[in-house]
Design a protein around this ligand. Structure first.
Ligand code: SF4
Length: 346
């Protein structure tokens, strides 16, 4: 694509936060070497909207049990080689307390689609709220609407539910027994009852096209997401997609930059998956529109077992080391760790 057209499209996205599907697709299809202006303007928009603060969200991976069978995920039910674990209520509360002492402002309670009792999760939320000043994000997959409501009433602030791909056929191909409509309905319901909602996509999922990724961005605008994440596909040995190709840093950065321009108020994480395929991946995303990092605070004895994809970085680190390491990365970019909760900018 010629530089004149790139500039025109990027300027339009910067000024209006709008682009036609064909134009998004054209930018996603361009070679990354031609797209310096896109990345620079996404960084500029991030600076204008979010400033130089980076929000840290501490993840507690409290259960690796999952009843689903997503084709790309190492936690899928049919991965019988994975040793499963589930933290007890007190361990989760204790880990959240430790995250708070380390200076985190948000804790993300994450699990596979486990059958962890909804009432017990509500008690955990209440106890964390009573004993710390943390904001709470839930990332527990699809549960029934009564559970979403119960947890919101217990004090949960945000819900993270990735839609993974906006293409219904592709979604249903890789999520046996699950429905794309229910996914979207869940996100809309969560928003209606007062959660700040986050979603996101897998970049370079086999069968995905730039056109589908353009639809992902348009869907994300329709959903009025408070957070949008994108991580490259990484094949896991024990899944049906074991032989597929790893996603690219380039497409992930293009998607991140377009996310910032088309959803300027969204929080955008520099994902661990990107840091896994490229040692500098998170830094590159932070320079292409991202303003969030999500370090792991789960006890290191469990980390290896929460294997959505292989070779994940930081599995042998302790929570305190991760906090220091991430702080160093952020400082090296001339940015600073936020001391606020980083609620929705909407
Ligand atoms: S992506 Fe989520 S729901 Fe699907 S198998 Fe993995 S943990 Fe389970």
């Amino acid at each position: 694509m010629n530089q004149f057209r790139i500039k025109r499209l990027v300027d339009q996205a910067f000024e209006q936060a709008e682009l036609a599907k064909e134009d998004i697709k054209a930018l996603l299809t361009a070679d990354i070497a031609e797209l310096d202006y896109l990345l620079q303007q996404a960084d500029q928009k991030r600076k204008e909207v979010c400033g130089d603060e980076v929000h840290l969200r501490a993840i507690i991976e409290f259960s690796s049990y999952c009843k689903q069978n997503c084709h790309y995920c190492g936690l899928r039910k049919e991965n019988h080689k994975l040793e499963r674990y589930q933290l007890k209520k007190d361990e989760i509360i204790e880990t959240a307390g430790m995250a708070s002492e380390l200076g985190y402002q948000t804790v993300v309670l994450q699990s596979g689609e486990d059958e962890y009792p909804a009432a017990e999760i509500a008690e955990i939320i209440k106890e964390i709220k009573n004993t710390t000043d943390l904001a709470i994000t839930l990332s527990l997959g699809e549960r029934d609407f009564a559970a979403y409501k119960l947890w919101r009433e217990a004090g949960a602030d945000r819900y993270l539910l990735k839609h993974e791909t906006a293409d219904q056929a592709l979604y249903e191909k890789y999520h046996p027994g699950m429905s794309f409509e229910n996914r979207i309905e869940s996100l809309n319901y969560l928003k209606t009852i007062g959660y700040q909602i986050g979603s996101g996509v897998i970049i370079d999922l086999p069968g995905q096209t730039p056109e589908i990724l353009a639809e992902d961005l348009l869907l994300s605008q329709d959903l009025k997401l408070d957070m949008i994440g994108s991580g490259p596909f990484i094949p896991h040995e024990q899944t049906p997609l074991a032989e597929s190709k790893t996603g690219t840093v380039e497409m992930t950065l293009k998607f991140t930059a377009l996310s910032r321009l088309l959803l300027p108020l969204a929080h955008i994480p520099a994902t661990t998956a990107l840091g896994t395929i490229d040692a500098e991946g998170r830094q590159k995303a932070l320079l292409a529109g991202a303003n969030v990092v999500m370090p792991n605070v789960t006890d290191s004895k469990y980390r290896e077992k929460y294997q959505i994809y292989p070779e994940k970085i930081c599995v042998n680190e302790e929570a305190g080391d991760c906090r220091q390491c991430i702080g160093g990365i952020i400082a090296s970019l001339g940015r600073e760790v936020s001391q606020t909760k980083g609620h929705s900018l909407r």
